[in-house]
Design a binder for this molecule. Structure first.
Ligand code: ZN
Length: 425
C-alpha cells in the first residue's frame, strides 16, 4: 500500500504516471521500443512502448510460441482543469488569475479553497529538435476562492457553479505579464522563450493518506484510475510465465471519450498486438481469438450518506474485493464474467458485482471502446470507491492488494475457446 501512495504522490499528471511506470519497468530490465523503428523481438524478452507521452504498453514474450494475449487496460488521465494557451488573466483589480478549461466531468466544489499547482509537460527548443520536459511546480501556487456565505446566500441551496467565472484560480497580486510562464520555465529548467508548446493541468497539492478508525480508507487525488493502473501493474510484474503474451496497457483521454492517438479509441493497443504477432511469428487472427482483456477502472462503493443511489441488489463495499461491472455501458458478458470470477476464485480474491440503478445511466469505461478495435472477450472491473471525479477520492485500503492478486492470476493464465468451451490454462 505504501508503494501505491508513493505512486499517486509522484504522478501529479498523466505524463508523470506513465514516466514513473516506464522507469520502474526499465529498472526491471524492460527494453523501451520506439514506434518509429521496426521491432526486433526475442523469446523471453521484456519490452515497453510509450505513445504520446501519456500511454504505455508493456509486454513479455514467453520462451515458447504464444497462443494469445492476456491484456489489462486502465487510464492515466483524471478529470481536472487544463491551463489555456494564453493563460494569464489580468484583473479585476490587481488580481492575476489563470485561464483554464474543464477536462472531463468533475465535481466542481471540491476544487475550491484548497492549495493547487500545475503539472504536465512542456516542449522545449533544443537546437534543431524539440525536447519534452515534465513539469511539476512544487509549491502551493494557486487557489480557487469561494465567495463568502454573506454574499452568496444561495451557496448552501444547490448553487450552480459557472466554470468560466466560479472556477478560475487565483495566481497572484500585482503580477507582471509573464509571471506564470516564468514559474513554469523555472520548474522545467529552461528559458520561458524556449517553451514552444505545453500540456499543463491543475492538480491539488494534497498527498495520498490512509485514514479511519482502523486505517480502512485511502484518500488521494487521481485514485480513478491510478489505483487500478497500479494494481494491474503489480499483478503484471508478479505473474508467472504462461502460454500467452501478458500485455499491460495504460491509456490516456478516457475522461474525454478516448478519441486520441494515445486513447483507447486510437490504434495503440491493436498496433502493439500486430507488431508482436509479426515479430514473434504468431497468426494474428488466431492469437486475438485466444485473447482476453481486463478493462480496470474504479467502481462506485455504496455511499454512507446516500445508499439510495445504488441498485437494490448490486451494492459494492470497500475492502470487499474486486468489482465486476455489468450493464449496457460495459463490455462484460456472461463469458467474461465467468472467466474473470473463476480466476479470482483460484487466487482467493472475493468478487462483488455492480450494476447501475435502472434510472441512473452511470459512466462508461474504455472497455467497449477498446473492444471496437481489439475485438476479444473483455470484462469491465474496478475497485469500490467514494466521491468519484472529486479532486480527492476515497477507496478501501485493502482492495488494491486484492486487485494485485487477481491480476497476477490473470497474467499467469492463458485463455482459449473450443466449440463453446472456455479453457484457462
Ligand atoms: Zn476512470
Amino acid at each position: 500500500m505504501k508503494d501505491l501512495l508513493q505512486y499517486l504522490d509522484a504522478s501529479p499528471s498523466r505524463f508523470h504516471a506513465v514516466d514513473n511506470l516506464k522507469k520502474l519497468l526499465e529498472a526491471e530490465g524492460y527494453q523501451t521500443l520506439s514506434e518509429g523503428t521496426a521491432w526486433d523481438l526475442t523469446a523471453g524478452g521484456k519490452y515497453l512502448a510509450v505513445r504520446g507521452g501519456s500511454a504505455l504498453a508493456a509486454f513479455r514474450l514467453p520462451e515458447k510460441k504464444a497462443q494469445g494475449f492476456m491484456i489489462s487496460a486502465s487510464h492515466s488521465d483524471s478529470p481536472c482543469f487544463r491551463v489555456k494557451q494564453n493563460a494569464e488573466l489580468a484583473g479585476p483589480e490587481k488580481y492575476l488569475r489563470l485561464n483554464t478549461e474543464k477536462y472531463g466531468g468533475m465535481l466542481f466544489a471540491p476544487w475550491l479553497d484548497r492549495p493547487l499547482t500545475v503539472a504536465g509537460r512542456v516542449l522545449v527548443k533544443d537546437g534543431d529538435a524539440i525536447q519534452t520536459r515534465l513539469v511539476y511546480v512544487d509549491k502551493d501556487l494557486l487557489m480557487i476562492p469561494n465567495v463568502a456565505g454573506h454574499m452568496n446566500r444561495a451557496a448552501n441551496d444547490g448553487f450552480k457553479y459557472d466554470p468560466k467565472c466560479d472556477m478560475v484560480p487565483l495566481l497572484g497580486l500585482d503580477g507582471e505579464k509573464g509571471t506564470f510562464q516564468a514559474i513554469v520555465a523555472q520548474s522545467a529548467g529552461c528559458k520561458a522563450e524556449d517553451i514552444l508548446g505545453a500540456d499543463l493541468f491543475l492538480c491539488p497539492r494534497q498527498k495520498a493518506v490512509v485514514w479511519g478508525a482502523a486505517d480502512e480508507f485511502i484518500s488521494s487525488p487521481r485514485l480513478d484510475d491510478l489505483q487500478c493502473a497500479w494494481g494491474c501493474f503489480q499483478g503484471f510484474l508478479a505473474a508467472k510465465e504462461s502460454g500467452s503474451v501478458p500485455v499491460y496497457a495504460l491509456l490516456d483521454n478516457e475522461e474525454i471519450g478516448s478519441r486520441t492517438k494515445q486513447g483507447a479509441d486510437g490504434t495503440f493497443l491493436e498496433d502493439v498486438i500486430a507488431r508482436v504477432c509479426a515479430a514473434a511469428g504468431m497468426d494474428r487472427l488466431a492469437a486475438t481469438a485466444n485473447s482476453f482483456v481486463v478493462s480496470a477502472d474504479n467502481a462506485h462503493a455504496v455511499h454512507p450518506n446516500h445508499p439510495e443511489y445504488h441498485d437494490a441488489t448490486h451494492r459494492p463495499a470497500m475492502n470487499a474485493g474486486v468489482v465486476i461491472k455489468h450493464g449496457v455501458r460495459y463490455a462484460t458478458d456472461g463469458v467474461a464474467q465467468a472467466v474473470f470470477a473463476s480466476l479470482c476464485e483460484k487466487a482467493g480474491v472475493p468478487v462483488q458485482h455492480f450494476a447501475n440503478r435502472s434510472d441512473l445511466p452511470g459512466g462508461g469505461t474504455l472497455g467497449l471502446i477498446s473492444t471496437s478495435h481489439v475485438s476479444v472477450n473483455t470484462v469491465d472491473i474496478g475497485l469500490a470507491q467514494l466521491a468519484m471525479h472529486s479532486c480527492v477520492e476515497t477507496a478501501g485500503s485493502k482492495d488494491t492488494d486484492y486487485l494485485v492478486q487477481a491480476m497476477a492470476a490473470f497474467y499467469s493464465a492463458s485463455f482459449r475457446e473450443e466449440n463453446g468451451r472456455f479453457i484457462l490454462d
